[in-house]
Write a protein that binds this ligand. Structure first.
Ligand SMILES: Nc1ncnc2c1ncn2[C@@H]1O[C@H](COP(=O)(O)OP(=O)(O)OP(=O)(O)O)[C@@H](O)[C@H]1O
Ligand SMILES: [Mg+2]
Length: 582
């Protein structure tokens, strides 16, 4: 590897402190277009990697600043017949070390460079070696699973092999401004996972529908109202998976309406619960209350007869359990039936007209849900299969990847957020019930995660958090459920979630608040790396994480052409061409 190739010598150390090394650079380093063995020779510019000879170690560093001594600052202008010879200075920080002879990389700085020591430009091969070496020696007996994500600068073709364990041992977040290359990185990670069968089960939640190409030979579920694209299976989220809190926040009832809504839901649940054979006797006691269409009527009936059954411990437990399903299509009729005046023993014979008046707006909202096209994936016909029976089948079959295409779901009424939250909740319940086991870890990939994290439904007095993925981030790893989140707004990730992310793959970030989030999430070494974030090119990313002692900048390799995400944005350039005059 020859870390100390004399042709790569670029300067001399002049000052050393715990967090920085200063050097005089050779003036030649400030000339562009230098070559070594036919390849570009970088060294001496901000961002370049350098290497120092320190006793038995080759210590890797990175240039953070180059400048001229103050006395030369004004003389640098070219004068007639005289080209000034600059004496540039560099400030560098140290990243990690390579033990000479063993090629073993260690984090931390075992010894500092001495004054007068030479500074060498680190070769791309050396940087690649550093990048690929973390954790490799930990368990030599185990064959290490690696991800080939891309290469370091100037070393295209030499892939950096990253220990998959380090990316997936904790959750992973892919951050970056729009167009930075997040979706491409997600596709690359998926490509690598599928190629090497790293995860037995991968669930890809695709809000923009752009991952069609990578899921071409796998199953894609389609949640929407239009005709599904060829090869995708239309599914729905049956409304029985909605819980009381979901209804409260979707319907946003007034305090008086809320009481009637809860009573109606519980009455309808009672009808369902009494269908169970073990409650046949109780059903007998309430036959006078239940209509042929499965409603409960209370008008003119004795309250005590009803509550004798309704409050039995076993029945009450089921009726009050938000997970017990009920017949949503009967909800508005049942609310009308709840509009009875509460008097002493007997519910008054006449429907309570005043209450029906209060409930009108609630009834209209419920009817709107039943007929609105946008809501058909949840409240529509029972025709497409349930997404959850498909997910169940996926956990049992031998397929590796299941994609859920949400592209066609409406952006209105928080429908997307609700749908993703329901999927997250279902997954979380499955893993909590230990239905997934250590030999079948599951990777859940969520793109455009800023739409789905830190979201609430409902008004001030009844705020319902949509926090299924936050809960998965906090406790999923215990149950072998790993997350990969991609988002363009790191500032929207709740701090509790960000701290659960073991690895951050950070593409170009311009927004100050976003950069501060990344800086706060990583240690001091990485804060220096965060300074490079605004100037990253598309597809270039810094990999930061506890397992990566050196924050690495990698050019992520695009997946094969036919597997890249197909961002179907408007093609303005073809519109903005100058048209031939008519
Ligand atoms: N690794 C890469 N190498 C080369 N070009 C890339 C790479 N990644 C992305 N690009 C370029 O950048 C464009 C945008 O990439 P991508 O859709 O992955 O960005 P994104 O961060 O997901 O954007 P958005 O936030 O809009 O979803 C791609 O069409 C491609 O031209
Ligand atoms: Mg994207």
């Amino acid at each position: 590897m020859m870390p100390f190739d004399p042709n790569r010598r670029i300067g001399t150390v002049t000052q050393v402190s715990p967090d920085a090394v200063y050097a005089n650079l050779d003036p030649v380093t400030q000339r562009t277009g230098r070559l070594l063995l036919g390849g570009p020779l970088h060294g001496g510019q901000v961002g370049d990697f350098v290497v120092f000879d320190c006793d038995n170690y080759a210590v890797l560093g990175r240039i953070l600043e180059v400048k001229l001594p103050e006395r030369e600052r004004m003389d640098i202008e070219r004068h007639l017949g005289h080209t000034p010879d600059p004496h540039p200075l560099a400030r560098m920080h140290l990243l990690g070390a390579l033990q000479s002879g063993t090629e073993r990389v260690i984090g931390g700085i075992p010894s500092y460079p001495t004054l007068g020591a030479s500074v060498f430009a680190a070769s791309p091969t050396l940087v690649t070696h550093f990048a690929s070496s973390f954790g490799q020696h930990d368990e030599p007996a185990l064959q290490m699973a690696t991800l080939n994500l891309g290469s370091v600068r100037d070393a295209a073709g030499t892939v950096v092999k990253i220990n998959a364990d380090h990316i997936f041992a904790r959750h992973c977040a892919i951050l970056g401004a729009t167009g930075g290359g997040k979706s491409t990185t997600v596709a690359r990670i998926l490509d690598q996972c599928l190629r090497d069968e790293l995860f037995p089960k991968i669930i890809l939640i695709d809000p923009t529908g752009e991952y069609g190409p990578i899921a071409k030979n796998h199953k894609s579920l389609f949640l929407g109202t239009s005709k599904p694209p060829t090869g995708e299976v239309a599914v729905r989220i049956p409304c029985e998976h909605l819980q009381d809190g979901d209804y409260m926040s979707i319907l946003a009832p007034s305090p008086a309406q809320r009481v009637k809504l809860i009573e109606a839901i519980q009455s309808l649940r009672l009808v369902e619960v009494l269908k169970k054979p073990e409650f046949a006797d109780d059903l007998g006691l309430l036959t006078g209350f239940i209509t042929g269409t499965g409603l409960i009527t209370k008008f003119g009936k004795r309250r005590a007869d009803y509550y004798d059954v309704r409050t039995k411990a076993q029945i009450a437990k089921l009726v009050e359990d938000p997970r017990t399903p009920f017949e949503f299509s009967s909800l508005s009729s049942q609310i009308m039936n709840e509009c009875v005046e509460e008097s002493s023993d007997i519910w008054k014979v006449q429907p309570y007209l005043l209450a029906q008046g209060w409930c009108q707006s609630l009834l209209s909202k419920i009817n709107m849900l039943r007929v609105s096209a946008a809501w058909t994936p949840i409240f529509g016909t029972t025709e497409p299969k349930s997404i959850f029976s498909e997910l169940d089948a996926f956990f049992r079959d031998s397929n590796t990847l299941l994609r859920i295409n949400l592209n066609d779901l409406s952006f209105d009424f928080h429908l997307r957020e609700i749908a993703v939250n329901l999927i997250g909740r279902w997954l979380r319940e499955r893993v909590r019930n230990y239905e997934l086991t250590h030999d079948r870890p599951v990777l859940v990939v969520l793109d455009e995660a800023h739409h789905f994290l830190n979201q609430h439904l409902g008004e001030e007095d009844f705020r319902q958090p949509l926090d299924a993925f936050e809960k998965i981030a906090k406790e999923g790893r215990k149950f072998w459920l790993n997350l990969v989140l991609a988002t363009q707004q790191p500032r929207d990730i709740p701090p509790g979630i960000l701290s659960q992310m073991g690895t951050l793959i950070v593409h170009r970030l311009i927004n100050d608040a976003d950069r501060r989030v990344v800086e706060a999430a990583c240690g001091e070494l990485d804060t220096a790396a965060a300074k490079f974030l605004p100037s990253l090119r598309p597809g270039e990313a810094v990999i930061i994480g506890v397992e990566f002692p050196i924050p690495l900048t990698i050019q992520i390799e695009q997946p094969p052409k036919d597997q890249r995400p197909s961002s179907a944005g408007p093609k303005y350039s073809s519109w903005l061409q100058q048209k031939a005059p008519k």
